[in-house]
Design a protein around this ligand. Structure first.
Ligand SMILES: Cc1cc2nc3c(=O)[nH]c(=O)nc-3n(C[C@H](O)[C@H](O)[C@H](O)COP(=O)(O)OP(=O)(O)OC[C@H]3O[C@@H](n4cnc5c(N)ncnc54)[C@H](O)[C@@H]3O)c2cc1C
Ligand SMILES: *[C@@H]1O[C@H](CO)[C@@H](O)[C@H](O)[C@H]1NC(C)=O
Ligand SMILES: *[C@@H]1O[C@H](CO)[C@@H](O)[C@H](O)[C@H]1NC(C)=O
Ligand SMILES: *[C@@H]1O[C@H](CO)[C@@H](O)[C@H](O)[C@H]1NC(C)=O
Length: 601
């Protein structure tokens, strides 16, 4: 017997030609599309689904990675398991950075979603819109006021559906409902599993209110202070751009198709127009040695392959720094030296203390019996830790003091006075992405992040083969400024944990973590356990200046026609927070920019 809903869909299938999902490029014979979106990622699915709202166009999405259903898909669905979805799983591209000089030359795993939804399917689901100033600076650099906070908030609200927390508690006083959407496709929610540090974190905001004030809603455009964390989670499941946008579009529209398990190997020139090369051609295949296929978009190619994939595809197409391209055997076609440059990422350092508690998440991480009981609760009741984001229940963002010697010495790289220098996030257990998990004990963690770094790295081709990973060098903590701010963040975290609110709960620093009292000791610790929070950005940056950047204010690639970029690559500066929300929000407006350019309704 089919449930009612399935019957409804089966009837629809019988009466109209709905979307087709191709799993191999050979199946795609002869189809014509107006728009080809490269990458079914965070941004790509939003652009594709919104464009398909216009009945007059046909849209194809091409995704290198796998389906978000099937093998181990509980890892990308059950919120608590999100951090286990990478690195080195079937959802991951399995990138690794080149050795990072400031981190004792460690090469760091660099996960990226290799799955429908891209990194929105494997990320840690933290939803922070970031600061007014981050958007306003984007708008200034782009020369388009449409990207300013004021103009972007309506897109954030249109996109969002804030749903009640999983445990049904009263969320009054934990967020500002007036600035959140209630009817959009993307589900967000507050934590629905209270932990034994929640009240202590809040008590610290009162006890040390000058340095660590409470902020009712860190998504208001002013993220400074300590607030309740929002996650892209609803109904005990991850909400990704695949679940929120792609799948509903495929299930209801006839003019959008998906080709997955297929990697775009390059764009090719399809002609010239107004003295510029036109690049509406897309070449793709399934692996080295397998046949390559070609398709031409009648209107535009939209590159949404992310901050690594997008510059890689551009460079493989001969678009980049000519000398660099020649050195790996790629014939240069368009000189855009900033492709792949300006890579920005957020360095992260976790620190922990011993906790006098039996209620932390530590047992669930190490004891199969405890995990299996939690899994039973999830399966039966859709409640408990597993139904919720386990990363944190509170986040916080801070600026250095106005008279900080660091700012005097290096200048202030933030976007403005509401944009933070560093972040502290509070973990109810041993939260880490670099250290080995201890085999016993209970812990409380603070994650330190430098959110407005000055280090700049690059993505470069390792060879002219699309099947070779590019060289990824985020230059984590490479600037004296970034290192100095990280030291200040660790010291601030120690002040936070020294509040009386933690008396009887924090019983001492964990191992070598924060036992050290000297700056030099903290620096040693940072170099040993520092890593990335996995936020590569800015590798095809926007600029209104003709000779600068990679895309213009409408996100069109410069010095050629037919190609737009919509993903984390286009930001001129990395947003000072967890940046999936800014990507989700700019993709929402980018779809309108494209509709306007082609007069679509
Ligand atoms: C492990 C992890 C945790 C994170 N946690 C958070 C968090 O909690 N909160 C937050 O705000 N941010 C988080 N981030 C960052 C955030 O998820 C990303 O910044 C954002 O999702 C990037 O979106 P995008 O559209 O630019 O790229 P992606 O979402 O990565 O999409 C790119 C897509 O293009 C596909 N693709 C690439 N190359 C090709 C090709 N040649 N052919 C075809 N397809 C291709 C990819 O497979 C992918 O599906 C995290 C990231 C990771 C990896
Ligand atoms: C990444 O590594 C995992 C584990 O080895 C593997 O299953 C997966 O296929 C790899 N991903 C890619 C894109 O090759
Ligand atoms: C599910 O919830 C009910 C009611 O609260 C409870 O009695 C039961 O033990 C729960 N089941 C599991 C497996 O946790
Ligand atoms: C641990 O907490 C209990 C109360 O929950 C308290 O009685 C005890 O003194 C605490 N232990 C330490 C070492 O602080």
């Amino acid at each position: 017997m089919f449930p009612k809903q399935t019957l409804f869909f089966l009837c629809l299938l019988a009466t109209s030609a709905l979307a087709t999902v191709f799993t191999s490029p050979a199946q795609l014979q002869g189809n014509q599309y107006d728009f080809i979106v490269v990458g079914s990622g965070t941004a790509g699915n939003i652009v594709a689904a919104r464009l398909a709202e216009s009945r007059n166009v046909r849209v194809l999405v091409i995704e290198a990675g796998r389906d978000n259903e099937g093998y181990q898909s509980e890892l990308i669905k059950i919120p608590f398991l999100g951090p286990q979805a990478s690195p080195k799983t079937s959802f991951d591209w399995n990138y690794t950075t080149v050795p990072q000089a400031a981190l004792n030359n460690q090469a760091i795993p660099y996960p990226r979603g290799y799955v429908l939804g891209g990194s929105s399917s494997i990320n840690y689901m933290v939803y922070t819109r970031c600061a007014v100033d981050d958007y306003d600076r984007f708008a200034r650099v782009a020369g388009d006021d449409g990207w300013s906070w004021k103009k972007m908030v309506p897109y954030a609200i249109k996109q969002e559906k804030h749903v009640p927390p999983n445990d049904g508690h009263d969320e009054t006083g934990q967020y500002d409902p007036s600035i959140h959407g209630t009817r959009g496709p993307l589900l967000t929610s507050l934590p629905g599993f209270s932990t034994d540090i929640d009240q202590r974190v809040l008590a610290t905001t009162q006890e040390l209110s000058a340095e660590f004030p409470f902020n009712l809603d860190i998504n208001s455009g002013n993220p400074l202070g300590v607030g309740w964390m929002h996650s892209t989670v609803g109904n005990a499941l991850r909400s990704s751009s695949a679940t929120a946008y792609l799948q509903p579009a495929l299930a209801t529209r006839h003019n959008i198709d998906l080709l997955m398990n297929t990697q775009v190997t390059k764009l090719f020139q399809t002609g010239r127009s107004g003295g510029l090369p036109v690049f509406r051609g897309v070449e793709f295949g399934t692996g080295p040695g397998a046949p390559l296929f070609r398709l031409t978009a009648s209107k535009e190619v939209i590159l949404s392959a992310g901050a690594i994939g997008t510059p890689q595809i551009l460079m493989l197409s001969g678009i980049g720094d000519p000398a660099e391209l020649r050195s790996v055997g790629v014939t240069p076609v368009v000189s855009l030296p900033e492709v792949g440059k300006n890579l920005q990422d957020h360095p992260l350092v976790p620190i922990q203390w011993n906790a006098n508690s039996t209620q932390t998440m530590d047992p669930i991480l190490r004891d199969p019996a405890v995990f299996s009981a939690a899994m039973d609760e999830y399966n039966v009741n859709k409640t408990g830790r597993l139904a919720n984001n386990g990363v944190s229940n509170h986040m916080s963002f801070f600026r250095l003091p106005r008279n900080s010697p660091i700012l005097r010495r290096y200048g202030d790289p933030t976007a403005g006075p509401r944009s933070p220098h560093y972040e502290l996030a509070f973990g109810n257990g041993f939260f880490t992405t670099s250290q080995p998990l201890p085999s016993s004990g209970s812990y409380v963690s603070i994650i330190n992040v430098v959110v407005a770094p000055t280090s700049r790295g690059a993505i470069t081709l390792a060879s002219n083969s699309p099947w070779d990973h590019p060289l990824i060098d985020p230059k984590l903590l490479n600037s004296a400024y970034d290192l100095a701010v990280m030291v200040e963040s660790v010291k601030a975290a120690k002040r936070f944990a020294a509040a009386h609110a933690w008396d009887g709960y924090i019983t001492g620093p964990y191992a070598d973590a924060v036992g050290t009292t000297t700056d030099a000791g903290i620096v040693d610790y940072i170099r040993k356990w520092g890593t990335t929070i996995k936020h590569p950005f800015c590798t095809a940056a926007v600029s209104k200046e003709p000779g600068k950047g990679v895309v213009d204010g409408k996100l069109l690639v410069k010095k050629l026609r037919g190609v737009r970029v919509v993903d984390a690559s286009v930001f001129p500066f990395i947003p000072a927070g967890h940046p999936q929300a800014p990507v989700l929000i700019i993709a929402e407006r980018a779809a309108d920019v494209i509709k306007a350019a082609w007069n679509l309704h």
